[in-house]
Design a protein around this ligand. Structure first.
Ligand code: SAH
Ligand code: SF4
Ligand code: F3S
Length: 464
């Protein structure tokens, strides 16, 4: 279960992202519409797919009714993420009735997990493509237009799409995946099975892409990976701290973020690098999952509560204004009332600015799937709501203390509630809303705001 919680995490299963605000013209007379579910890595992957398809002549459209191909880039992390796709496919039958030649394809983690089972689903799906097979998309689509079904779901040990130029939606912020896959094998998690083994983009390819993004006008960059801080280029002998250091020097005017980091790989060098560079944002998403050592061990998380808290202490010491967010799973098999209380205690001790909080969802193939899902639904629900209540209370208190502080806000667009207001983010990744009735600023501007009001999720400011 995913809930709407303050700060952006790397998991956005509630958001549906449509590529793209730009409409790219086709040269082969066919238009593709792409919807993205799941984490930011999927968002970046959809941009990669769009890049590949555009190169072979397809147009990219954000108007579903104009499309000849509908692609859903999917997530498998929890059961409800997959249910959402099932529902969406039911809706898509309407478009197929209107246009019988319409091709519907499933990409991403669900494609990898369910493979052939998806073909023919809802009498719609004719292509299924896993995360490491996107280069085959033009070929698969060509066959699909001839009436052939197609599946490509091989995982790769080397694919990083480092020579593909993603077709990014124009804007202020760019995503850049620097690692793919995951080798951590947390016992609850499907990602190692849907994304395969961990691999890193070559160091030189990352630097080249960053430089191009800056030249294209992006003001902010988020480096992505399921375990972004375990990045390693063996040949160049560069780890994540070194990469971050060189990027910060290469584009000193660009804001740099990264997600998601694993507590196990949160090295001193990395924290020191963040502290050293002004353009690396003072924000870390550091999923803890549980406050109980017994549960962390069952989860195979490779750290103890003590190690985690020591890392937090070091981070707060070196980066005094840092904002922290986390992921928490409630109701993991065998979780007792005492384990749950330890999670609440840890939250009170760290005092996160934001959190994504989920009920445990058993996923086949994973190790914990073999364990009995023995926490009753009612208990899970109650524990999760206690976790959410504490988090909301802490976030409100932290945000209240922001009143009077001045933040540099990167303008991202108009506020969803009022077109006379701008919405942007502080260095610490907090949403800041401020007045734009005189139309003085444009997207991408950095504006100094004094905070005048707050809620648990948002800050409101005035320009100073
Ligand atoms: N690589 C990241 C996050 C991966 S998925 C990390 O290790 O932190 C994002 C979040 O989904 C996880 O942090 C976890 O909190 C949650 N999650 C993953 N598998 C889950 C499951 N089976 N049930 C409930 N939540 C899960
Ligand atoms: Fe999943 Fe764990 Fe890897 Fe994160 S680190 S993607 S939770 S296996
Ligand atoms: Fe979901 Fe796959 Fe991302 S399972 S969270 S889309 S890596």
């Amino acid at each position: 279960m995913q809930l709407d919680i303050p700060i952006l995490s790397n998991d956005t299963t509630e958001d549906i992202n449509v590529l793209t605000k730009n409409n790219y013209r086709s040269t082969n007379g066919k238009n593709v519409y792409i919807e993205t579910y799941g984490c930011q890595m999927n968002v970046n992957d959809s941009e990669i797919v769009a890049g590949i398809l555009q190169k072979s002549g397809y147009g990219i459209t954000d108007k579903i009714e104009n499309s000849d191909v509908i692609l859903l880039n999917t997530c498998s992390v929890r059961d409800n993420a997959e249910q959402k796709i099932d529902k969406r496919l039911q809706h898509l039958r309407y478009y197929k009735k209107k246009k019988s030649k319409l091709i519907v394809g499933i990409l991403g983690c669900m494609a990898e997990r369910l493979r052939g089972k998806l073909i023919g689903k809802q009498d719609l799906v004719s292509i299924v493509v896993g995360p490491d097979e996107y280069r085959k998309m033009p070929e698969l689509l060509e066959q699909a237009f001839k009436g052939e079904e197609g599946i490509a779901v091989k995982l790769s040990r080397v694919e990083t799409y480092d020579d593909i130029i993603p077709l990014r939606t124009e804007g202020v912020s760019a995503w850049l995946s620097i690692t793919r896959g995951c080798d951590k094998f947390c016992t609850y998690c499907v990602v190692p099975y849907t994304r395969g083994r961990e691999r890193s983009k070559p160091f030189s390819a990352v630097l080249k892409e960053v430089n191009e993004l800056w030249k294209e006008g992006f003001k902010e960059l988020t480096l992505l990976g399921q375990n972004v801080n375990s990045y390693i280029d063996m040949e160049a002998k560069k780890d994540f701290a070194k990469l971050l250091d060189e990027i910060a020097i290469l584009v000193p005017q660009m804001r740099i973020r990264y997600t998601t980091s694993h507590p196990y790989d949160m090295t001193d060098e990395l924290i020191e690098t963040m502290a050293k560079h002004k353009n690396i944002c003072n924000y870390i998403h550091l999923p803890v999952q549980s406050g109980s050592n017994r549960i962390l061990e069952l989860m195979n998380r490779h750290y103890s509560v003590e190690h985690y808290l020591e890392r937090i202490r070091k981070i707060k010491e070196l980066i005094p204004n840092v904002a922290l967010s986390t992921d928490i799973i409630s109701g993991f098999p065998t979780e007792s009332e005492e384990d749950h209380k330890m999670t609440l205690d840890l939250m009170k001790e760290v005092r996160y600015d934001g959190a994504y909080m989920f009920n445990y969802s058993p996923r086949s193939k994973t190790k914990s799937y073999m364990m009995t899902d023995d926490v009753p639904v009612e208990t899970k629900k109650r524990r999760l709501s206690e976790i959410i209540d504490i988090q909301n209370q802490i976030a409100s208190e932290i945000n209240k203390n922001e009143i009077g502080n001045i933040h540099e806000v990167l303008v991202e667009g108009t506020s969803k509630k009022n077109i006379n207001e701008w919405q942007g983010r502080s260095d610490t990744n907090k949403v800041v809303i401020f007045d734009n009735s005189d139309g003085k600023y444009v997207m991408g501007d950095l504006v100094k705001c004094r905070i005048t009001k707050s809620s648990s999720a948002t800050l409101f400011g005035e320009v100073v």
